[in-house]
Ligand binder design. Structure first.
Ligand code: ZN
Ligand code: ZN
Ligand code: ZN
Ligand code: ZN
Ligand code: ZN
Length: 353
């Protein structure tokens, strides 16, 4: 009993403070001013128009009729705006009593190792146990409810701070698969968190957030746990996340997107080490796309290797020697060698046909 009383006293002041915040949030919610002036004008116009008609001021009567329509529009817009504003602020259904808040604070002290209320910053915080997900040790987290932000109606008036951060190797703002820059990706918990805060159920709020931190949702992490430590690029040695790593089509090495190249022949992702320049066109190709010249054994790309499977140099040399051999037997009136070779080819194909 004594112990209870003592612990009650510890939490009384924070509970009072919190109650002020929740009450302030309630009273702050403006059932804002109605468009009274617009309404008054709308009330006036029919009387004025009646008078105008009575005096036969037809132009004035017509003008009033048009004004009435435009005022109706303005009134309609003003009412729509009020509705939107009202829905946006989502009035709290329940203001927690001092007793509720005290009970919540005491329950928090039972459930969490370190519950603190900082009266200068107006931050109520709890500390979780060290959290380990799929063997990745993320350390304990401090969940901080910023009470001042409760009043301003901020969507996430809380932060999640890693006390012994072990951030993802690829992004040190990500201290938990679902926490980036101290903001929690609430996922399925969004509605439950919003409702708990709206109703001042602070124990529920902290428990929901802590449970989200204890859970890994593979579907929507900022960085997946299997990717927590990143992957080294075999080329430049940088640590990258798996979606920035490509596998080389030749050596199957893990290559980052900055280092990966493409084969000019088959367009496959290939690391630089697996590409070789074709001496004919200087394009870089993979070994699968390069073929050896039958004469000099140089690796050539498919477009530079001739039909006779020679590199451009060897092809030229071969043609020169052909020309030299054919020179004494024929007397070409035209010195173009290409024509001589072509006519030979045509002659050869014509024989079997
Ligand atoms: Zn790289
Ligand atoms: Zn490679
Ligand atoms: Zn290729
Ligand atoms: Zn080539
Ligand atoms: Zn060659």
């Amino acid at each position: 009993m004594n112990k209870n009383r003592a612990s009650r006293n510890v939490w009384l002041r924070p509970a009072r403070r919190l109650q002020q915040y929740f009450e302030a949030t309630n009273t702050n919610e403006p059932l804002t001013e109605l468009p009274v002036d617009l309404w008054k004008r709308l009330e006036q116009i029919p009387h004025l128009q009646e008078t105008a008609i009575a005096y036969d001021w037809l132009l004035a009567a017509n003008r009033l009729k048009r004004e009435f329509r435009s005022q109706l529009n303005q009134f309609h817009d003003a009412m729509t705006l009020l509705c939107d504003e009202f829905d946006r602020l989502q009035p709290r259904q329940i203001t927690p009593t001092l007793r509720d808040l005290l009970a919540d604070l005491e329950a928090l002290a039972d459930d969490f190792s370190d519950v603190k209320f900082d009266s200068s910053t107006h931050v109520l915080s709890v500390t979780t146990e060290p959290i380990t997900l799929q063997e990745v040790e993320l350390g304990p987290f401090e969940i901080q409810l910023h009470c001042r932000e409760l009043q301003t109606g901020q969507l996430s008036p809380y932060r999640v701070v890693a006390l012994e951060p072990n951030p993802s190797s690829t992004n040190d703002e990500v201290t938990h698969p679902h926490v980036q820059s101290e903001l929690l990706c609430e996922g399925d918990g969004r509605q439950a968190i919003a409702t708990a805060l709206a109703q001042g159920r602070i124990h529920d709020f902290f428990v929901i957030v802590a449970n989200l931190l204890r859970t890994y949702n593979e579907g929507s992490p900022y960085v997946g746990l299997d990717d927590w430590f990143g992957t080294l690029c075999d080329d430049c040695g940088d640590l990258r996340s798996s979606d920035a790593i490509v596998s080389c089509g030749q050596c199957v090495g893990a290559i980052c997107e900055d280092c990966i190249d493409r084969c000019a022949g088959c367009d496959e992702n290939t690391c630089r080490g697996c590409l070789e320049a074709c001496p004919g066109c200087d394009d870089y190709c993979c070994s699968g796309c390069l073929s050896r010249c039958v004469d000099c054994d140089t690796a050539c790309c498919p477009s530079c290797l001739t039909d006779s499977e020679r590199c451009p140099d060897c092809h030229e040399a071969q043609e020169e020697s052909n020309e030299y051999e054919s020179f004494p037997t024929t007397e070409p009136p035209n010195p173009q060698t290409g024509i001589t070779v072509q006519s030979d080819c045509v002659g050869q194909t014509a024989v079997p046909a």
